[in-house]
Write a protein that binds this ligand. Structure first.
Ligand code: C2E
Ligand code: CA
Ligand code: CA
Length: 750
């Protein structure tokens, strides 16, 4: 019986409870004892018959031995931390160990013979009894978990093993119970269960990687957000989610944080499996091993795209006008402040245009708000088309708009924009079945000339806008008086310029160009003059820019060319060694699409039976620098026809040599500014000499402009300059005078 008990004890405690050798030793000791006891019992039983006296002695000897064995067994079972008890099949306790005594709160002596009903409440005792009975009926060990309360009121969970024990001949003797405290294990299991629940059901995406940052686990939300299933991402680097919106630096900083603090938190744009880019808020924690090396990473994230979008919407609503989509007053002020700072740093100016729609209120009242809204949207669109990318167009409210023109070089740009706005807004508005006509008044103020603060600039522009309104609307006004006057002046000039050609108010003057070695007139430059009926002679410096802005330069330039060709025709017949007239052209003429004028000019020359060589086209350096196909095509056309090309004002622009050869240029005209200081500034002398040498090397001839003194002419001649032009020889003059001069020159013997 003891052996059976021991085996069951061993089975429950597990082989690992004691090392195998110890179990064996333990068995051997116990077995030896029992064998001894059995042997002795047999002997004694035999002797009993013989000698009852001996029997008594033997019995007492046996008792001593039995007590020793009992003590050994006792100490073994008492040192087991699990609860251990044995009961009769009826439930009366036969014995227990110390741990069980502690649980019941009574010594073994007080437990033996009692049942659970003596210590526990009836309900519990009842259940325990049933469990015992079931197990005994099946004669099979059973395992159950029971929550019990100790006398000190602590509650623990016991894993109860009940097992029947029987005598050698199979008679059921009772049951053994072993209870193990599994409270801590239960707690961990619960924690695990909760963690798993959170992991599985959380709205947050979770992703776990190993130390090499390869994905080892993701939760359902991660799949939902990214669109990838576990199988698609396992073993991969989370890089697969990259949208490319963050640069290398971003990720470098993230890893730096993870390496140093083990933690990173931030917002990031990723890409879903379906290609969609989304925003997420991401937290990454590093997992460490006990040895403090990286074990892996846990990423928690949530999709915040909608939140971002609504933030953006809120930002848009706060900063943009919902009707027109233009920046609103608030955004406008922000931008203006920024621009003012930039201009301040760069030492540049800025213009603020305040645009007010003159008769919007009437339209709104008569056609209704709906039509009024449509009109504002269209007006906003038209205004925007007048601005460059870098300008700010805003709606300040009602029918008031503004344009900020930064990095201002000259005021003609402001005026061009203002007129464009006024012109575009005065075109009819087709709104459904209605047609509406608007006009606009614009007030202009300049930073820093008029004011340096936003508030003051706005006031100025407002004031100027009212001046414009009072002037009869459909116009603009500067805040500054002098600017206003010159703008008005230009405006009047512009108006007059439109009719000047038809009214035959233009005249071409000619200035001789002299061969510096012979002193003879070989060429002339055609210079345009405007005989204004009231103002008298207006110089090209004043009206050419206006003609360029309005496009009138096309017609005017055409007239100059044809007129000049007519005069060359006369003079070439006078000059046996040939004669050339050079005509100034504007870059605007070269940007003409199609080649109407160039072809017409060449036709004009052939009608006059003039060789191309009798004409020179003067262009500026800047034109070549920005030469596109329109420019190169025209230059080629001229070259093919023999018309020569001169670079005007050479040295003032970019002066790049490479294009001189590329575009087959014939003449360089050294700018007046160099010639002026030839005698006094050694640099200018050196530069002029260098230009001449370089030009000759490239096969170009050089014409010096603005030659006013003998000294300048001599220096230029010494430097090898081919031709000279300037007041020293003659001022520009009407063709009739020029012709007389040419004739005089022809009769002078060389
Ligand atoms: P530009 O082509 O450099 O013309 C030379 C300018 O220098 C002319 O001024 C001429 O009168 C002036 N000039 C000539 N010799 C001297 C001198 O010794 N001293 C000084 N101080 N000045 C001298 P102008 O006639 O007032 O023409 C000014 C500019 O207008 C021209 O400069 C040219 O760029 C432009 N221009 C003139 N006519 C036309 C034209 O028909 N079409 C185009 N697109 N531009 C023209
Ligand atoms: Ca010129
Ligand atoms: Ca020039």
């Amino acid at each position: 019986m003891h052996r059976l008990l021991l085996r069951q004890l061993q089975r429950h405690l597990g082989k690992d409870f004691l090392p195998t050798e110890q179990w064996q030793a333990f068995f051997q000791v116990i077995s030896a004892h029992y064998e001894e006891i059995d042997r002795e019992r047999t002997l004694l039983e035999n002797a009993l018959v013989v000698n009852s006296q001996e029997l008594t002695e033997a019995n007492s000897h046996l008792r001593v031995q039995s007590e020793q064995e009992h003590a050994l067994l006792r100490s073994v079972i008492d040192s087991i931390p699990d609860l251990l008890f044995f009961k009769t099949p009826e439930g009366a306790y036969l014995g227990c160990n110390r741990a069980f005594e502690k649980y019941i709160g009574l010594p073994e002596s007080a437990i033996i013979g009692k049942t659970d009903f003596d210590f526990l409440d009836t309900a519990l005792a009842d259940t325990l009894q049933k469990t015992d009975q079931q197990m005994l009926a099946l004669r099979q060990p059973s395992l159950s978990e029971e929550w019990v309360t100790y006398p000190d009121h602590s509650r623990v969970c016991l894993e109860m093993l009940r097992t029947p024990y029987a005598s050698m001949n199979g008679k059921l003797l009772g049951l053994i119970g072993i209870g193990r405290d599994i409270t801590e294990r239960k707690r961990l299991e619960d924690e695990m269960r909760v963690a798993t629940m959170v992991y599985q059901h959380s709205d947050e995406g979770m992703l776990v990687t190993d130390a090499n940052n390869h994905i080892i686990a993701i939760n359902p939300s991660c799949s939902k957000i990214t669109g990838y299933s576990f199988d698609e991402v396992v073993g991969k680097d989370p890089k697969i989610f990259n949208s490319g919106r963050q640069d290398k630096n971003f990720f470098q900083e993230m890893w730096l944080a993870l390496d140093t603090t083990g933690y990173w938190h931030g917002e990031i744009w990723d890409r879903r499996k379906n290609g969609e880019i989304y925003a997420k808020r991401l937290t990454i924690n590093t997992l460490y091993t006990d040895a403090k090396s990286v074990h892996g990473y846990v990423a928690l994230f949530s999709d915040i795209t909608e939140q971002k979008q609504s933030e953006e919407l809120i930002w848009k609503q706060a900063n943009f006008d919902t009707l027109t989509g233009l920046p609103n007053r608030r955004m406008f002020r922000d931008r203006l402040e920024q621009e003012l700072k930039k201009e301040h740093r760069a030492g540049l100016s800025l213009a603020l245009l305040l645009i007010d729609l003159d008769n919007f209120k009437e339209i709104n009242d008569t056609l209704g708000h709906h039509v009024g809204d449509e009109l504002l949207v269209e007006a906003a669109r038209r205004i925007s088309t007048c601005a460059r990318e870098s300008d700010t167009v805003a709606r300040l409210g009602g029918d008031e708009f503004t344009i900020v023109l930064p990095h201002l070089v000259n005021s003609s740009h402001v005026e061009r924009v203002a007129w464009e706005v006024i012109t575009k807004l005065s075109e009819p508005f087709y709104l459904g079945s209605e047609v509406a006509y608007l006009s606009a008044s614009i007030g202009v103020t300049l930073y820093p000339a008029d004011a340096t603060e936003v508030e003051q600039l706005l006031k100025n522009a407002d004031q100027a806008m009212y001046v414009a309104k009072n002037q009869g609307r459909k116009c603009f006004s500067y805040f500054t008086q002098s600017l206003q006057e010159s703008a008005q002046n230009r405006l009047r000039l512009l108006k007059d310029l439109h009719g000047a050609l038809a009214a035959k108010q233009f005249k071409v003057y000619f200035q001789p160009i002299v061969d510096l070695t012979t002193g003879r007139i070989r060429k002339a430059e055609a210079l345009l003059r405007w005989q204004h009926p009231e103002r008298g002679m207006v110089g090209p410096i004043e009206f050419i820019p206006l003609a360029e802005e309005t496009g009138l330069i096309m017609e005017i330039g055409d007239w100059v060319f044809r007129e000049s060709a007519l005069w060359v025709k006369r003079w070439i017949e006078l000059c046996p060694d040939g004669f050339q007239v050079s005509v100034n052209t504007s870059p605007v003429q070269f940007r003409e699409e199609g080649n109407v004028y160039v072809q017409a000019w060449l036709n004009h020359l052939s009608r006059l039976e003039l060789a191309g060589q009798s004409m020179v086209i003067e262009i500026t350096e800047g034109l070549l620098l920005n030469a596109d196909s329109r420019v190169t095509y025209k230059l080629l056309k001229f070259r093919d026809a023999g018309v020569q090309v001169a670079i005007d004002d050479f040295g003032t622009g970019y002066s790049s040599l490479s294009y001189l050869k590329k575009f087959d240029i014939d003449y360089l005209k050294i700018d007046q500014s160099f010639v002026r200081n030839l005698a006094t500034d050694p640099n200018d002398m050196a530069l002029s000499e260098a230009i001449i040498v370089m030009a000759h090397k490239l096969g170009l001839k050089v014409i010096a402009e603005g030659v006013e003194t003998e000294q300048q002419r001599n220096l230029l001649a010494q430097a090898g300059c081919d031709f000279g032009q300037g007041y020293l020889f003659a001022k520009p003059m009407p063709p009739e005078e020029f012709e007389a001069m040419l004739q005089r020159d022809l009769v002078v013997p060389s």
